[in-house]
Each structure stands twice: as structure tokens, then as C-alpha cells.
Design a protein around this ligand. Structure first.
Ligand code: ZN
Length: 147
């Protein structure tokens, strides 16, 4: 199995069995909706913060395999991190999927989505979760879009 197949397998696995999937029902939890009109992907990201730390994050949604796997991988990557750490991860991830360039920030499993840069139509599927997370953290009432 080459690396590409391994990555594809991981994306399919996260799509079939999404991590942190569901509604976050706790005091002070916030959420935001996201929509990618190009593909029709929809996400709702729920966040629970403790000071500067994102201590709980969940999502619900429907859409293509990449959008759902990207949301699942995103929740795993950001849980327990500070706003500053999340900003860094987001910037590094957006750079990877749009340019293929890596930074000194370790993306861990998020790197499996790097292959979408070869499919420009799919980039927004992979970034929707991050835009929606940002909106939830910012307390935005508007639907985050990839446009
Ligand atoms: Zn999509």
C-alpha cells in the first residue's frame, strides 16, 4: 500500500466513523454553521472553552467524504489547544492544502488531507471545518462560507 492509498484509507475511515460527532450540550457551549456552496457541504461546529483553551469540540454535518473526514480530523487536532495554537494549525493547514508547502508547525494526521491540493474543487471541502470552527470561536451568528 503506498502513501496515497494509506491517506485515502484514513479519509474514508474518518468519513465512516467520524470522531467527536454530535451536538455539544453543555453550559456556555457555542456553535456556528458552515456551508460550502460549491459542493453543498454543511457543518455545524460546537465549541466549549475553558479560558483560552478549547476543551470540548464536536460537529454535525452532511456532505462529501472529504468535508466530513476533514471535520473529524480537525476536531481531533484542536481539542485541548489554545486559541494561539489553533491559529497556527489553521494557517499551516490552509497553506498545505492550497500550496502544498509545509511549515514548521507539525500537522500530524491533518497532513493526510494535503493531497486535495491536486483537486482545486476539493480544497474548500477540506477547509470548511476550519472556517466554521473560527466562526464558532468568534461567536459569529453568520453562516461561515468558503467563499
Ligand atoms: Zn465537499
Amino acid at each position: 500500500m503506498d502513501l496515497r492509498e494509506l491517506y485515502q484509507e484514513m479519509i474514508l475511515d474518518h468519513n465512516r466513523r467520524p470522531r467527536n460527532n454530535g451536538v455539544l450540550d453543555q453550559d456556555g457551549a457555542r456553535h456556528a454553521d458552515g456551508y460550502n456552496p460549491l459542493c453543498g457541504d454543511r457543518l455545524t461546529v460546537y465549541v466549549g472553552t475553558d479560558g483560552d483553551v478549547l476543551d470540548e469540540v464536536k460537529f454535525t454535518g452532511e456532505g462529501c467524504a472529504i468535508s466530513q473526514a476533514a471535520a473529524s480530523l480537525m476536531t481531533e487536532a484542536v481539542k485541548g489547544k489554545t486559541r494561539a495554537e489553533i491559529e497556527k494549525l489553521k494557517a499551516a493547514f490552509l497553506k498545505l492544502v492550497t500550496t502544498g508547502e509545509t511549515t514548521e508547525t507539525d500537522l500530524g494526521k491533518l497532513a493526510v488531507l494535503g493531497g486535495v491540493r491536486d483537486f482545486p474543487m476539493r480544497v474548500k471541502c477540506a477547509t470548511l471545518a476550519w472556517h466554521t470552527l473560527q466562526a464558532a470561536l468568534d461567536g459569529s451568528d453568520e453562516t461561515a462560507t468558503t467563499e
